[in-house]
Structures are given as C-alpha cells and as structure tokens.
Design a protein around this ligand. Sequence first.
Ligand code: SF4
Length: 202
Amino acid sequence: MKTNEFLKTIDKLIPDARCELNYNKDYELLIATVLSAQCTDKRVNEATAKLFKEYDIFSLAKAKESDIQSIIYTLGSHSKKSKYIIEIAKRLVNDYNGIVPNNREYLESLPGVGRKTCNVVLSNLFNEPAIAVDTHVARVAIRLGLANKDDSVLEIEKKLMKFLPKERWSKTHHQLVLFGRYICKSKKPECEKCLFTCKYGK
Ligand code: SF4
C-alpha cells in the first residue's frame, strides 16, 4: 500500500484522532499512561478521576502506597503501579519541581516508563513527532502489511516512521490506536466498517 492511499483511508475512517486518556496537567498524562499498561483507558479514566481529585504531584510524592492502591486497585498490578507513580512523583518534584520535562532520556529513566509511554507523553505534551506502538498499533500495522508478525515493537515503530511522513507520526499514531480499538479489533474485527483490504479480513 502507498503512503498517500493509506493516509487518505485512515483519515476517512478516523477523522478525529485524539488521546482517550483524560488529563488536565502534564503529570496527570504521564501517570495515566503508566497506569494504562495492560488496562483500558476507560478504567484508567475512572481511577484517575478519583486519584487526581485527592492528590496533586506534591501530595502524591508523599502518599502512602496502601492509600494509592485502594484507589487504583481496579487497574491490575496495582501494587507495582502504586510504587511506580509515587516514585515518579518524588522524582518529578525533586528534579523539576513537579513539571514533566521534554527530555526522553530523563522520562525513560522513571520507573514504569518505557519507550511507548515516553512517546505518548512527548507527542501529546510537546507535539514531538513520535509513534507509540501499543498492542493496537502493532496489530493493525501487521494486518495491513506495514510490519511483519515477527517484528519487535521497536522494528514496527521504525517501519511506521519510515512509511509515514514525520508531520503525520503523532496524529496517525492516535488514528491507529482508535482504528484498532474500535474497528480492527483483536478478536472480531469489524471488517464491514473498514475501508482497507487486508488478508486477515476482507
Ligand atoms: Fe482490520 Fe478487517 Fe480492516 Fe483488515 S479488513 S484492516 S482485519 S478491519
């Protein structure tokens, strides 16, 4: 498939591309993204609505793990995630007075923050061109023949970066997430709604 053809089609399918995690502050997006590992955005939004009503970055840095666990227990791995977000809050408060820096190396040094989380944060907060490859993006890229089944997440990211113009990386990342979440679903893709043709579907 040619890049132009792909972009025209994805623009028709997913015209409004945006992050579905709710946040009002920079650190809220970072923490919500860490919490979203192996979990739906909907459940994360429910938990963070409570979490950020009770805590800001400064109080979170001093919070008790058990109190945080009781708020995020629906998200899975709540013990590990509580530790991560308290530690992230401590580091941000100590190093940047609670502000999330536009610094990939620093962000990737935070607990629970890998390349995918970092890409989400950099692209949403700082408009940095980035493609975060999550489970949806990986599945869709493979089904559409933009990547191979055996490719690592990093290889998929590199192939997408080569295939897409840089100015479209961030927008198309969101489009791929939403396309995978609502149309090209893992178990029962809704191929009748799809405008692509692929060997996995129609
Ligand atoms: Fe996914 Fe079906 Fe579209 Fe193929 S045709 S990309 S499987 S929704």
